[in-house]
Design a protein. Structure first.
Length: 93
């Protein structure tokens, strides 16, 4: 991925994370789905620090976009996974 597309990906992921974390406050269903993803991420990554979480997020998002995924639905698996990683990055873990 070149510098420009990497920057676009970073901005998009940040926007998805910001929107999703904000939406969780008014959506118990989204909050529960994110919570399930957070638990899975903790199992998979252990006590990951910010650098490891950012690396995971970058790789995950890049793979999703390369498969043709685009954020259209706040309930799809990829959207929820991105929000879960962003939530972990904001939490005290």
């Amino acid at each position: 991925m070149n510098g420009d597309s990497s920057e676009v990906l970073g901005l998009l992921v940040r926007d998805i994370g910001d929107a999703g974390v904000a939406e969780m406050a008014g959506s118990p269903g989204l909050a529960a789905a994110v919570d399930q993803h957070v638990a899975t991420l903790r199992d998979e990554l252990g006590a990951a620090g910010d650098d490891e979480l950012m690396g995971y997020l970058r790789d995950f998002a890049e793979q999703a976009f390369n498969r043709g995924w685009w954020p259209r639905d706040t309930r799809d698996w990829e959207f929820v996974r991105i929000v879960a990683v962003c939530w972990l990055l904001r939490s005290d873990r």
